[in-house]
Design a protein around this ligand. Structure first.
Ligand code: IPE
Ligand code: IPE
Ligand code: MG
Length: 229
């Protein structure tokens, strides 16, 4: 049997808060450790022979419901992360991209995101995408409105796919950590035929060794896309 090829990987990084709580720490410590894990996983993906994109869920359109202090911390952490990461992106030939409505962020953070996108735009081993103030429903709605503004009266699936923010229209594998088995408004259009993998591991404890095992599991799966294998 031929192995499946993983091109587009999506990750719902969940469990930062619980990881911190288990250690008697503030939730913010879980987010800090979680950011380090993003770095390791991205480096792994850049070296992987078939992965073209990895899209991490970093902040959902629903995460504004969290306490103001936690939201502010996450914004500062993102700014620091991108500032620090630029060197690693260049070293590993990784292109950074953001999806989601970043206009809700501070001008300074928007600037940081744009600068990082621009500085890495020619890197070609991997697209490292962060979903920021992202919601799958918002993305699809925005795509349809964009098409209507261009004068479309009826849209096709291909039209919608091309109007999405992601550089791909199909996710191959979606991984969610922390034992929660739900999609939480992530990449709703793009996961229509994705393989799902749920692990109990909390995101700050997630490792490249575990991702390696998950990818091996994915490669052994049968994908039928509605046909017969
Ligand atoms: C995921 O970890 C990170 C974000 C949503 C920003 P959580 O913060 O959701 O951690 P738990 O689910 O409360 O443990
Ligand atoms: C999903 O995690 C969003 C991110 C990982 C950024 P949440 O922790 O916000 O999801 P729910 O609320 O448990 O579904
Ligand atoms: Mg959570």
């Amino acid at each position: 049997m031929t192995k499946q090829t993983l091109k587009n990987l999506a990750i719902i990084m969940d469990g930062n808060g619980r990881w911190a709580k288990q250690r008697g720490l503030n939730r913010t410590k879980g987010h800090e450790k979680g950011a380090e894990v993003i770095r390791d996983i991205t480096t792994y993906c850049a070296k992987h022979p078939s992965i073209e994109t990895v899209t991490f869920y970093a902040f959902s359109t629903e995460n504004w419901k969290r306490p103001k202090l936690e939201v502010e911390f996450l914004m500062k952490l993102l700014d620091r992360y991108l500032q620090k990461e630029l060197e690693t992106y260049q070293k590993n030939n990784v292109r950074f991209m953001a999806i989601g409505d970043i206009k809700a962020f501070s001008p300074k953070l928007q600037e940081r995101i744009r600068i990082t996108e621009k500085a890495t735009s020619r890197n070609s081993d991997l697209k490292h995408i962060l979903a920021l103030n992202y919601g799958g429903r918002a993305e699809i709605t925005h795509a349809v409105n964009t098409l209507m503004a261009k004068g479309k009266k009826a849209v096709t699936e291909a039209d919608i796919s091309s109007a999405l923010q992601t550089p791909y229209s199909d996710i191959d594998l979606l991984v969610r950590t922390s034992g929660e088995e739900r999609v939480s408004n992530y990449l709703l259009w793009q996961i229509s035929y994705a393989e799902f993998y749920f692990t109990e591991t909390l995101w700050p404890d997630f490792t490249i060794e575990e991702l390696d095992e998950i990818i091996e599991d994915f490669e052994g799966r049968t994908r039928r896309f509605g046909g017969l294998s």
